[in-house]
Write a protein that binds this ligand. Structure first.
Ligand SMILES: Cc1cc2nc3c(=O)[nH]c(=O)nc-3n(C[C@H](O)[C@H](O)[C@H](O)COP(=O)(O)O)c2cc1C
Length: 190
């Protein structure tokens, strides 16, 4: 059993990463393998709409010129995926959007490879737009036939400077609760 968390923030060690690590903590404690993958600030481009993934059906994107293909099998093997992005202009970061579009298309082209995996999204904003960013990421789970666990609130933190989210006790408790429920759910499904 494995859960993969994707950090869409270019700010390594920032608020998104802190929240993702908090979600992974109880999952690891439940003896489920965890991995955090950095995509924010990395070389990842958007879908080029060539639709070759539908023809090739080889579980890969036809463009081998960035980090995506190196991540795909880790995702397809995982039981759960946690997406994390800071809120940028009331939405996810461009790296996360590029990731979602291409993962979604490759998975769909190869027999719905994400179906019945557990999926959750977390975001952090200074002030506004978190609901929209959160909803945007959840779209991948819904269209892919994934199972979305709830928590105690929507999965947001409020913070601006690096590390500030640790002071948002409600958000951190929410991350803990989310992680516990993901672990519980994955064990039930297995
Ligand atoms: C380009 C950019 C756009 C942002 N847009 C918003 C926004 O729409 N709403 C908001 O509340 N905060 C916004 N922020 C603030 C970040 O969401 C906030 O600083 C967050 O804690 C960053 O998380 P990180 O440490 O994981 O990168 C923006 C920050 C940047 C750099």
């Amino acid at each position: 059993m494995k859960v993969v968390a994707i950090n869409g923030s270019p700010r390594k060690g920032g608020n998104t990463e802190i929240m993702l690590r908090k979600v992974l903590e109880p999952i690891g404690q439940a003896a489920i393998e965890t991995e955090l993958i950095q995509i924010g600030g990395e070389n990842i481009h958007g879908c080029r709409a060539c639709l070759q993934c539908r023809k090739n059906q080889n579980r890969r994107c036809a463009y081998d010129d960035d980090i995506l293909n190196g991540l795909l099998e880790r995702l397809f093997e995982a039981d759960g995926i946690v997406l994390g992005s800071p809120t940028y202009y009331a939405d996810m970061t461009p790296e996360m959007k590029a990731f979602i579009d291409r993962v979604g298309y490759v998975a769909g082209a190869n027999g719905r490879l994400l179906k019945r995996k557990v999926g959750a999204a977390v975001t952090v904003s200074r002030r506004g737009g978190a609901t929209h960013a959160f909803d945007s990421m959840n779209h991948l789970f819904q269209i892919s036939g994934m199972i979305m666990p709830g928590s105690t609130y929507w999965n947001f933190g409020l913070a601006k400077e690096k590390g500030e989210v640790l002071k948002d006790e409600e958000a951190m408790a929410n991350m803990q609760d989310l992680g516990e429920t993901i672990a519980w759910l994955i064990k039930k499904l297995n």
